[in-house]
Design a protein around this ligand. Structure first.
Ligand SMILES: Cc1cc2nc3c(=O)[nH]c(=O)nc-3n(C[C@H](O)[C@H](O)[C@H](O)COP(=O)(O)OP(=O)(O)OC[C@H]3O[C@@H](n4cnc5c(N)ncnc54)[C@H](O)[C@@H]3O)c2cc1C
Length: 436
């Protein structure tokens, strides 16, 4: 069915088992899993598919090595396994990414890591070679048997400068480990939508349709192209509105404070010298103040990011001139002989991470993990439960969607028929990695 046909059918039959609000990667991943398991499901987004936080990512399928320092071992284990599965199931879009960490000190951060882990240190700080070596050994161990990427390697100063001859000569040494590069996240998201619709004739996705309100048994949707409104009667609602989750709950008459989002910006620069200097490797490092920075090979351009700034209203997020100045200064620290100018910026973008609200003093310590918040019962004034999907990374979307789907199937009293674990996505079916 096309968009108009889906909307007309809602007028005739407003009943739907599951309504998902928000077609970012978490809403889309859950849509696919529910569709595969025979649930009739409607997915709506007020904008384009994959246009919120999911369009603002750093393009990494990664375990998040630095989350080890915050003690988020469960998350790192899950994300490393999911990174491996993304490389396996979507090889046409996700490929192994050599990630190089330049280190300027040997012992820095050695005592900070345990202090942070115990919650006794809030200040971000630069990590030296020893602490990074320990982190990478743990990271490799999490990869386990499903090894889709090689183990990390450490390089001496001389070897590092031989490999990357424009690197800052003050470097102490470098380490290269592997994560995944998601070359085109939006395309991957669209392929998930198409796979779901192809598998289940009762799974429908609509973009430019907003959830604008709710009554006891119904949800009001508005077609943003015509302003026409539609009422649907779901058995269950999934609020996958990412950084807008609390706003969406408010539209349903529910007062929540689940998300404490942080803004992250990136710039894309057209600087062939910098692009040649990094080769096929992402450079991932810490600034002197301990903040994480990446210089990333994105096709023939270079992606530079990212910031991590607390923000109340996601609609106000912008990539500012101050952030740009900060990014350009960072490149200079690692590749001092390469000049990157503001005129070489071809694109800037920003997004808000839908992190769970946190009392931590620095944004770097906010948990990157995900969970489901359930609202149901008389006090909600709604006759259906609302599951809010809080947090979640691009990398772990499949696992998070699986957890949500299991909970929904349990609520609907349906058994799981299929798993997405080893299921190829879109053009990943029958794809030969020789084509890369
Ligand atoms: C700067 C940055 C860098 C990141 N880098 C990485 C990375 O490299 N790797 C990684 O794994 N993760 C990364 N992440 C995290 C990851 O991108 C996000 O956690 C994930 O995309 C969140 O997806 P989501 O579906 O929950 O939210 P979103 O993608 O924001 O989707 C929510 C959707 O809800 C819609 N919506 C809101 N209100 C309504 C309404 N009332 N009606 C209908 N629709 C509505 C919005 O339009 C939006 O499309 C990054 C995030 C950011 C911000």
């Amino acid at each position: 069915m096309n968009r108009n046909e889906i909307l007309s059918s809602l007028k005739e039959n407003p009943k739907v088992s599951v309504l998902i609000i928000g077609a970012g990667i978490n809403g889309i991943g859950t849509f696919r899993d529910l569709a595969l398991n025979g649930v009739d499901v409607l997915l709506v987004d007020r904008g384009d598919f994959c246009s919120g936080a999911s369009a603002a990512s750093s393009h990494m399928a990664h375990g998040g090595i630095r989350y080890l320092e915050n003690g988020e071992f469960r998350l790192v284990r899950e994300a490393v396994q999911e990174r491996n599965l993304m490389i396996q199931n979507a090889p046409h879009i996700v490929s192994p990414l050599p990630t190089t960490v330049p280190m300027f000190k040997y012992f820095s951060g050695l005592f900070n890591a345990p202090l942070k882990f115990m919650g006794w240190l809030d200040k971000p700080s630069e990590r030296g070679s020893v602490i990074i070596k320990l982190g990478l050994m743990m990271y490799d161990a999490y990869t386990g048997k499903t090894r889709t990427v090689p183990r990390h390697k450490f390089f001496s100063r001389a070897e590092s400068l031989r490999r990357w001859n424009q690197l800052n000569p003050d470097v102490a040494n470098t380490a290269t480990y592997y994560d995944g590069l998601i070359s085109n996240p939006e395309r991957l998201a669209l392929e998930l939508v198409l796979d779901a619709e192809a598998d289940n004739p009762n799974a429908h996705a609509l973009n430019y349709v907003s959830m604008v309100g709710g009554g006891q048994d119904s949800i009001v949707l508005r077609d943003e192209l015509t302003d026409e409104t539609y009422e649907v009667n779901p058995d269950l609602v999934i609020n996958a509105a990412g950084p807008w989750i609390d706003f969406a709950n408010y539209n349903l008459g529910l007062s929540t404070r689940y998300v404490g989002g942080t803004k992250g910006s990136h710039i894309v620069v057209d600087n062939p010298e910098l692009r040649a200097a990094i080769g096929g490797s992402e450079f991932f490092f810490e600034n002197k103040d301990g903040r994480i920075v990446l210089i990333f090979p994105l096709h023939d351009r270079v992606l530079i990011g990212t910031s991590d700034i607390k923000i109340e209203n996601p609609d106000e997020a912008r990539c500012t001139d101050e952030e740009i100045e900060y990014f350009l200064g960072l490149v200079e620290r690692v590749f001092p002989s390469i000049k990157v100018t503001p005129e070489q910026i071809v694109f800037r973008f920003t997004g808000v991470r839908p992190l769970g609200s946190s009392g931590a003093k620095t944004t770097g310590q906010y948990s990157r993990d995900h969970h489901i918040e359930v609202l149901s019962g008389d006090w909600t004034n709604l006759h259906f439960p609302v599951y809010s999907l809080v947090g979640g990374k691009w990398t772990s979307f499949r696992a998070f969607s699986e957890q949500v789907t299991d909970k929904v199937l349990d609520f609907l009293g349906k058994p799981r028929q299929k798993t997405t674990r080893d299921l190829p996505i879109g053009g990943g079916r029958g794809f030969s990695t020789k084509c890369r």
